[in-house]
Design a protein around this ligand. Sequence first.
Ligand SMILES: Cc1cc2nc3c(=O)[nH]c(=O)nc-3n(C[C@H](O)[C@H](O)[C@H](O)COP(=O)(O)OP(=O)(O)OC[C@H]3O[C@@H](n4cnc5c(N)ncnc54)[C@H](O)[C@@H]3O)c2cc1C
Length: 553
Amino acid sequence: MNNTSNTADVIIVGAGLAGLVAAAELADAGRRVIVVDQESEQNLGGQAFWSFGGLFLVDSPEQRRMGVRDSHDLALADWLGTAGFDRPEDHWPRKWAEAYVAFAAGEKRAWLHAQGVHFFPIVGWAERGGYGAYGHGNSVPRFHVTWGTGPGVLEPFVRRVRAAEQRGLIELRFRHRVDELIVTGGIVTGVRGAVLEPSAVGRGRPSSRTIVGDFALTAGATIVTSGGIGANHDLVRQNWPPRLGAPPARMLTGVPDYVDGRILAITEAAGGTLINSDRMWHYTEGIENWRPIWGGHGIRILPGPSSLWLDARGQRLPVPLFPGFDTLGTLTYLLRTGYDYSWFVLTQRIIEREFALSGSEQNPDLTNKSLLRTLGRVLPGAPGPVDAFKKRGADFVVARTLPDLLRGMNARTDEPLIDHAALEREIVARDRQLDNPFGKDLQISAIRGARRYRGDRLIRVAKPHKLLDPRAGPLIAVRLHILTRKTLGGLQTDLSGRVLGATGQPVPGLYAAGEVAGFGGGGMHGYSALEGTFLGGCLFSGRVAGRAAAAGA
Ligand SMILES: Cc1cc2nc3c(=O)[nH]c(=O)nc-3n(C[C@H](O)[C@H](O)[C@H](O)COP(=O)(O)OP(=O)(O)OC[C@H]3O[C@@H](n4cnc5c(N)ncnc54)[C@H](O)[C@@H]3O)c2cc1C
C-alpha cells in the first residue's frame, strides 16, 4: 500500500489483540488495511502482551490428560448460570455467548495450535463458584495457560500482521489517536483525530498526550478495537452499579493508562449503541506493584483456595467466598463492609503452592518458555516474583507469631481495626477443624475436594494444615485492594460484529470487536465471567469482524 495513502479498504482503531486478529484476517482476504493506535510501536499488542495468557477451552486434550471430563453442554450451562442474562438488550450478548462457547469447545484450540500456540499441560481451575450446580462458576478446570503467556497468544497475529505489512497490505500508524468517526450520509466512512508527539517511553508506561498534528482517513469499513475502560477510574465510578455497593474510595489499576474508554462516547456520537455499561469485572485480590509500570499499577494474585480471607475488621468472609470462587460476589460483600480492602492470612507453605501472580512479566518461566524453570513450580519454594513481593511489597506482613503478625497488619492501615483475641479465635477455630479428615468447615472441605483434581494437588493446592503449625510458617498476611480490570459491557454488535444503532439496525460501515464490544454483542459475559474468556473473546470477535468486513468491503 502507498505509504502516504489516507484511504484503505478497512481502518482498524486499536492495535491490541482484537485489532491484530481482525487485521490478519483482512490481509488474508487481500484487503488493504490501516491500523491506527494512540500509543507507540513498542506497545503493539496492547493489554494482551501483559496478560497471563489464560484461555478458556472446553474438552481439550490437556483437560482429558488431567482426568477432567468436560463438554460443550456443561460449559454452556456454566456460562449461562454465571452470566445471568436478564435484560431485553441481552439478545445479542446471549447469541455471542452461545457462539463463543461453541468456538471454545470446537475449533478454537485447533486454530491456535495450527498457528503455533501451545499450552501448559496443567489446566487451572478459576472461578469455582460454590453455590450449586446451576449457579456461578466453572464446574471443572478450564483455564489453559498459553506457553509464552500473553506474548505467546499474540505471537502468530503479530507475525501475520508484520508479513502483510511487508506485502504492502497492512500499514500501522502509531501515535494516531482517533477523536471522531466520520459519518457521511449515515455511513461511517473513516476516522479523524490527532497525531501525538513521538514517545520513547517503554511498553505500558504512560505516554505524552501532546498533539503535533491531525489526520483523517477514509475506508469502506471501520473496525473499532480500542479496549475497555479499566484505567479510567472516573468512567469506572460513573458506571459503577449500586448492586455492587458504593464504588470503592481507592482502587488499584490493573491495565495500562491507554485503556481509557474514550472511544465509547465517540462511537455513540457516530450512531453506535452502548449497552451494559454497568457490568464490569474487577478483582478483590489486588496488591500494589512494588515496581510499577503504569499509574497506580496493581497486580492480581491468582489465589489457591487455602488462605483465610478476612475483612478489614478481621471477620472471616462467609461461605462460599473463598479465594478463587466468586470474584464479584466477594467484591459486593466487601464493599458492604464499608472498607475497600481485605486480608489473606496464610502460611509459607500456602504461599509456595498457591500464590500465582497474573501478568506475563510476573511469570518469566512461562513467558520465556523455559521448560526447566517452569518445572521448578512443582519444587518447594515460592516462585521468584512471589518471593520478591513477599520481601518488598507494601501489602505483605511476615511474622513468626500471631501477635507480631497482628501488629504488622494494624500498622499498615489508618486505624488498628483488628483485635488480637478475635483473630486468634478465628484461626484457632479453623485449625481445630483439621483434627479429623472430615468436619464442618466448608472451606476445608473445598480444599480437600480440590486436591482430588490432579492439577491442583500437583501445583496449586497445599496439603491442608493448621495455620498456627510452626512447621508451616512463618505466618503471612497480605492486604488486598480492589483492582480494576475488565469491561463486560460495550458496543452492541450482531453476530457479524456490525455495530448496531438505536433502531437495532447495523450502522453501515462500522464494526467492533474485543473488549470495546464487551467481547461480542455488547456483553457476552453478562454479569460475570468464567475467566480466560477475554483473550479468547478478542480472538473470536476479532476474527468474526475481520472476516465480515473483508466480505463486505
Ligand atoms: C495483567 C493482565 C492480565 C490479563 N490476563 C488475562 C488472561 O489470563 N486471560 C484473559 O482472557 N484475559 C486476560 N487479560 C485481559 C485481556 O488481556 C484484555 O481484555 C484484552 O487483551 C483486550 O484486548 P483488546 O484488543 O480488546 O484491547 P486493548 O489490548 O486494550 O487494545 C486497545 C488498543 O486501542 C488503542 N486505543 C484506544 N483508544 C484509542 C483511540 N481513541 N485511538 C487510537 N487508538 C486507541 C490503545 O492504545 C490500545 O493499544 C489480562 C489483562 C491484563 C492487563
